[in-house]
Design a protein around this ligand. Structure first.
Ligand code: WT7
Length: 667
């Protein structure tokens, strides 16, 4: 580092330190002037009649048939929204914009890893979606058939999702970072009929052979009839006669028109698997009318979106992956439904260089950026010189999602990226909630770094005391949502009992248990603390400790494993595994690598344990339950909590010694 760099770094630190004293940030006057929502009365209006508020949001959509009832709450927790209404998501995302004369508007500025550029207009997207929807029908996909999608960040992933939505085939997207094994499992659970995947995917200058990996594991799935392969990288792949077809080939032969199917408001739109407290992922089921209402309303108001047609239209960029719910709701459905122009980036934030995000913001004139705290922390580490090389004046609003944002990252985002001019919306929500639930409204709500502030209009959040279940006026408790909302999950796919148990048992069928702890401060602001179950959040990726444990014990030399999430500067939480090996096998570096490989293969690279700690035994209760709480205490170097219920308290002492030894070695 040169002297001048050091000076800048020091100055920045001092400026950030000064900002730490500011408790609240009001919406900047210039922003507020033009904001879509600037009257705080909107909160009271929505709260006084949430159904009327959500109905007014649903009126913004095009319905084939208007609903007769807004909310059917006759049989909680099985809520139905917009009963009697028929609608099509792809029609709302595409056709209606083209019909309104906006066919030439860019839907996505797509940018490939090697600098390739493709601008896709709404008319072009509609054309390709219609063709692909016809092609899917040609493959025998009908209303209600599940279609798996395992694709990287290429335009075809959006086409595939919308084509499914067009014909009423629920999609089941698997994030490209998951292993083929994880894809297989999800295809099996959902009984998918077709899987859409790719020949190869870009991975920082290399190409990963996706189709080949899928072939290795998928072979004998009874329900899977067809595999559609997008030719993206030209990677050679084996095509099985009668089962595999190329996307481009079936597209070329397909009928160019395929009218959008009018679907019941409660028709399933997609299943998305996410981690719960057991090794088996949960298939979150979302439906059509309510989901679209929730994502379009939140996308419009939380991001204060001005679509084309406005003299000063936004260029919006959600830097997540389509394979997570953030991508479903805020790359695909929310933005397209609102007619937004978005950026879609194929690659990682540090390839071809650590300034690529800022280069893209300058290149496309991005006005709204939505990303995860873990990415912001990586940028802080790489240094302000990367963003400082680019003109980021186009930005007017910043968003954060996926985990609590620490005040230091918030202030850096505010200062270095937003130049103190852009409000930050820290948005709390989940795969289950479908849309943003707790968030500032950027033209109204004063923000406090680290707090997601308050519930979105029409949403009711509360903090309940863990033992009494009574609302906590000020202090910590369990976060709940106390009124149904249109984009809520409808069930866990094929696991109705688990749906009720997980979310609606603790406080009854009318109170949704979130699974997060939260604190309410004296101003009523909500501060989400983290999960209360065995779910960990690594770089915004949701994982269950049980899932990782079951992957680790698949390793031939492992007898038993216990996994915890440990606080981590970069990734929020990191996976730490306590492992007992078979017989008297001695674990070494290569065993650790072997374990990491096993986890990579079973789940995906992002789930690999950062640390592996050998142990002769695990702390268990007399009934044999692993006490992860004690392992967390050990890993974080805290004083141990109650150990009296342990079967063998000696285990703890051994473990503590082991961990301090490992620490000493690391340092
Ligand atoms: C869990 C949900 C929301 C889409 C991406 C993650 C944590 C999410 C925040 C936030 C604090 C947050 C919670 C939540 N979380 N956003 N702004 N502040 N925590 O979706 O994979 O379903 O994970 O992520 O713990 O329960 P997900």
């Amino acid at each position: 580092m040169s002297d001048s760099d050091a000076a800048t770094g020091g100055e920045l630190d001092a400026e950030l330190a000064a900002l730490l004293d500011i408790e609240r940030f009001d919406p900047p006057a210039k922003f507020r002037e033009r904001a879509l929502l600037k009257d705080p009365a909107v909160y009271e209006r929505a709260a006084s009649d949430p159904q009327a508020w959500w109905a007014s949001q649903a009126e913004e959509l095009d319905w084939f048939q208007h609903w007769t009832r807004v909310l059917d709450d006759d049989d909680p927790p099985f809520y139905k929204w917009f009963t009697g209404g028929t609608i099509n998501v792809s029609y709302n995302c595409l056709d209606r914009h083209v019909i309104a004369g906006h066919g030439d508007r860019v839907a996505f500025h797509w940018r490939g890893e090697e600098g390739q550029e493709r601008d896709i207009t709404y008319a072009e997207l509609l054309g390709e979606v219609e063709r692909f929807a016809s092609a899917l029908k040609g493959l025998g996909v009908g209303k209600g058939d599940v279609v798996g999608i395992y694709l990287p960040m290429i335009p075809e992933v959006v086409v595939a999702m919308l084509a499914c939505a067009r014909i009423g085939a629920p999609h089941n997207v698997v994030f490209g970072g998951f292993s083929a094994e994880a894809v297989r499992e999800r295809m099996e659970f959902s009984e998918a009929k077709v899987l859409i995947t790719v020949d190869g995917a870009a991975r920082k200058g290399k190409t990963a052979p996706v189709k080949d990996r899928v072939d290795e594991v998928i072979g004998d799935l009874a329900t899977l009839e067809k595999i559609v392969v997008v030719r993206s990288k030209g990677t050679a792949c084996q095509m099985r006669e009668g089962r595999d077809v190329y996307y481009e080939d079936i597209l070329a032969e397909a009928e160019p028109t395929c009218p959008a199917e009018p679907l019941d408001a409660e028709h399933p739109l997609f299943i998305l698997y996410t981690s719960g407290s057991t090794a088996k992922p949960k298939g979150i089921l979302h439906t059509t009318g309510g989901y679209l209402t929730g994502v379009s309303a939140t996308h419009r108001y939380v991001f204060d979106l001005r679509a084309g047609g406005d003299p000063d239209p936004d260029v919006y960029w959600c830097a997540a992956d389509v394979g997570w719910v953030t991508g479903h709701s805020y790359i695909v459905y929310g933005p397209l439904c609102n007619g937004a122009t978005s950026v879609m980036w194929e690659g990682a934030p540090d390839y071809p260089h650590k300034g690529i995000w800022w280069e893209l913001i300058e290149r496309y004139g991005v006005t709204i950026l939505y990303c995860a705290p873990t990415a912001i922390r990586a940028c802080i580490k790489w240094g302000a010189e990367w963003p400082n090389k680019h003109n980021l004046d186009s930005l007017r609003l910043l968003g954060s999602v996926g985990e609590p944002i620490n005040p230091k990252a918030w202030l850096w985002y505010h200062k270095v990226i937003g130049a103190e001019r852009c409000p930050i919306v820290d948005t709390w929500w989940q795969t289950e909630t479908g849309a943003i639930m707790i968030t500032p409204l950027p033209g109204i709500t004063a923000t406090k770094p680290g707090s997601a502030t308050r519930a979105f209009p029409g949403v009711s959040a509360d903090v309940l005391d863990e033992s009494s279940g009574e609302p906590v006026q000020q202090g910590q408790g369990l976060l709940v949502l106390t009124h149904p909302w249109p984009s809520m999950l409808r069930t866990l796919y094929k696991e109705e009992e688990r749906f009720i148990e997980t979310y609606f048992q603790r406080f009854g069928s009318e109170t949704y248990l979130v699974g997060d702890a939260a604190r309410r401060d004296g101003d009523g602001y909500l501060w989400v603390i983290g999960r209360i179950d065995d779910v960990v959040n690594v770089s915004g990726h949701r994982l269950s400790t049980a899932e990782v444990e079951s992957a680790i014990v698949a390793h031939a030399e492992v007898a038993e494993a216990a996994v915890i999430g440990q606080h981590d500067e970069d990734t929020g939480q990191a996976i730490v595994a306590f492992v007992t090996l078979q017989g008297d096998i001695q674990g070494d570096e290569s065993t650790i690598e072997g374990i990491r490989e096993t986890v990579s293969g079973r789940i995906g690279k992002f789930a690999r344990p950062k640390r592996v700690i050998w142990t002769e035994d695990l702390p268990k209760t007399r009934s044999g339950k692993i006490m992860r709480r004690l392992l967390r205490d050990i890993a974080e170097g805290r004083a141990l909590g109650d150990v009296t219920t342990l079967r063998d308290p000696v285990v703890m002492q051994q473990l503590q010694d082991q961990v301090s030894q490992a620490r000493a070695q690391e340092e």
